[in-house]
Ligand binder design. Sequence first.
Ligand SMILES: Cc1cc2nc3c(=O)[nH]c(=O)nc-3n(C[C@H](O)[C@H](O)[C@H](O)COP(=O)(O)O)c2cc1C
Length: 315
Amino acid sequence: MLRCYFAPMEGITVWQFRALHCRIFGGVDRYFSPFLSPNQHHVFSKKELGDVLPEHNEGVPLVPQILTRRSEDFIWCAGDLEAMGYREVNLNCGCPSGTVTAKGKGAGLLLDLTALDRFLDQVFSHVNVAVSVKTRLGLVDPEEFFAVLEVYNRYPLSELIIHPRVQAELYRGTPHREVFDACVPKARPPLCYNGDLTGAEDCRAFCQGHPAVDRVMVGRGLVGNPALAREVQGGPAATREELRAFHDGLYRSCCEAFQSEKNAMRPMKEIWFYLLSLFEADPAAERALRRCTDPVEYRAIAGQILREGKMRAKN
Ligand SMILES: Cc1cc2nc3c(=O)[nH]c(=O)nc-3n(C[C@H](O)[C@H](O)[C@H](O)COP(=O)(O)O)c2cc1C
């Protein structure tokens, strides 16, 4: 059976989103938290702590993700997460943001493989929880990955999630699936594929083409179709009632988190950017949603789309 993971998406797949998604749609084997960025003071920020607190994640199979280049900070963070009850953490070797990579973090870890090797050596000598890695192929050239994989292969990663793009590509262009394919026989850890899977059919086709890979991670496709993972398992498509409950729950939680209905519209509009793909194109409604600045207007437009928007046939 193909396992489906929800990719971490900073600012979107926060604990309130994950809790609602898990309760309403389900089908996801693991959720990954947006990255925690530990500092040398070894305290979580209020936002980070809130995201991983066990009471905020009851019943949600969560793997917290850590973004750092300092093994001592990773080891501290993994230890605190272990004390909260987590059995696995994930290392971010993929964030392409220039400010992150300039500090040698995220995809920046792939620049100096000796340093990456030292980092992993320290981590695997000191942590008691399972460690997985989410990685890009490299910085500039997809072929960089073969040397990176040799480093990963030296350590007992619980799994290796590959987003087959390089840092310079951000999320543009076509993922280099041929490089992923070439890694399948070479990789020691179990592999998980991530990148541009947009529907359940897409995931199933990937699975058929890769009998040796039993897990995929989906980000934008799952925000755009929250029932995607359930559909992958043979379950039904999202209903209007479910989408309404999901939307209203998210809106309430954003209002609480941002202490204002007006500020809640920004993250909601970001979610709508993906969610609109569930409906047949309606340029007027989309424009109205994008431009609205008043919460009363927002609720009316969102309500109308959810009630009357023509839903696309499932893919
Ligand atoms: C808005 C946004 C936020 C993201 N935040 C994270 C993050 O915190 N950690 C991470 O590893 N990847 C992050 N990603 C990358 C996604 O996890 C995923 O690798 C990427 O979207 C490609 O998968 P997809 O094509 O299924 O969306 C983010 C992507 C987007 C678009």
